[in-house]
Design a protein around this ligand. Sequence first.
Ligand code: EPU
Length: 433
Amino acid sequence: MEKYVIRGGKQLHGEIEVSGAKNAAVAIIPAALMVDGVCRLENIPQISDADMLMTILEHLGAKVRAVNSNTVDIDCTNVRYTDAPYDLMRKIRASYYLIGAMLGRFGAAKTTMPGGCNLGARPIDQHIKGMNALGADVEVAGGFVYANTPDGKLHGARIYLDKVSVGATMNIILAASMARGRTVIENAAKEPHIVDLANFLNSMGADVRGAGTDSVKVNGVERLHGGSYTIIPDQIEAGTYMVACAAAGGEIRIKNVIPRHLESISAKLREMGVTIIEGEDSVVVKSSGKLHRVNVKTMPYPGFPTDMQPQVATALCLAGGTSVITEGIYDNRFKYTNELRKMGAQIQVDGRTAVIEGVDRLTGAPVAACDLRAGAAMVIAGLCAEGTTYVEDIHYIERGYENFVGKLRSLGADIALVSEPDEPGSIKSASAG
Ligand code: EPU
């Protein structure tokens, strides 16, 4: 079993560079399936979700070649409609993008129901509604999603999403890119990775307009051609380091960011008493580690991102006063608070609201990463705690953070990845059932 061992109490100092955005990469890699030719993708993060998606494409006949550690060439010229490795698909949320991409390319798709972090019910009804509107018959049976088109083609349509959904917006954009005619998606999500997917598709010959607004128009094209594209920096990775520095104290420069994408996070940190200085493509974070209480409500972009909620809640455990966190996206994104309580945090959770009483100190403890962002939050807690924190189930963290330990160590954190055999009585076996 691998775990992180963190000796807390060190301030963070220095510079790090943010990797490519996970939630853009996990849509753009499946999108490459629709391209007749070679896509060169630059700034691909080295994370397990991206690796799994490239393996799935290889099973479908794609040639994937690493050019360097963050650049790959994906050639989908000879892909075929065949069974994909379902055990891999099941593990990741973003496998749902293969529905849109396969429908666009083959006029049919078979995938598993998507996996991903367990944050409460995560239906895909809006994806299915979109595919139905484009003319696909979609059936969910036995854990699989089957989608077919009667005449082998999708047809443009007007689609109003009942819920603002990142995944449904991107999936419909994918499918509509190669549909016949014009599609309009109303009440679309506006996250930066939606704009990035649209830019990627347009650079390969698609015609997607209005991405980043709540009304996206897609004029379907016959064919997408090869090209080269650089993925945007990861807003959530940058935000995680910003909060880590805010909580642990210190001064860091985070490079390769788009400061506009970080506005809601920077604004909240300023309210907490942290100094944020924005450069053209970097931010400097300065913090004494003494934070003010704030309230936080997560919302779709440009609101405060749900994917930063566990990290900021962790920082607020050490702020002066009472903070209230309202989770606006998911039913169940507070499981990690049980782990923080083991470290001395004072948090009451009622449904989608958590009330945090700031305490003077957290103490190191063995804790588990319950999901990707919860895992990042445990690491932040460990950086601030007195004593040693052991974070288990770190495979969740590796799904979305490239070289997390290396980057934190370069900022002076005392964190190490250790491997040891599973033992009876470890957190994993103790919490089973
Ligand atoms: N929803 C529906 N029906 C749908 C789709 C979504 O009811 O058909 C609901 C969801 O249950 C949720 C809300 O709508 O309550 C928003 O879900 P959304 O579709 O926007 O999320 P997602 O596509 O499943 C992506 C990211 C998540 C991130 C959310 C919100 C990927 C692979 N995942 O998920 O990322 O939290 O958008 O920004 O892009 C993470 O990176 O840690 C992560 C969980």
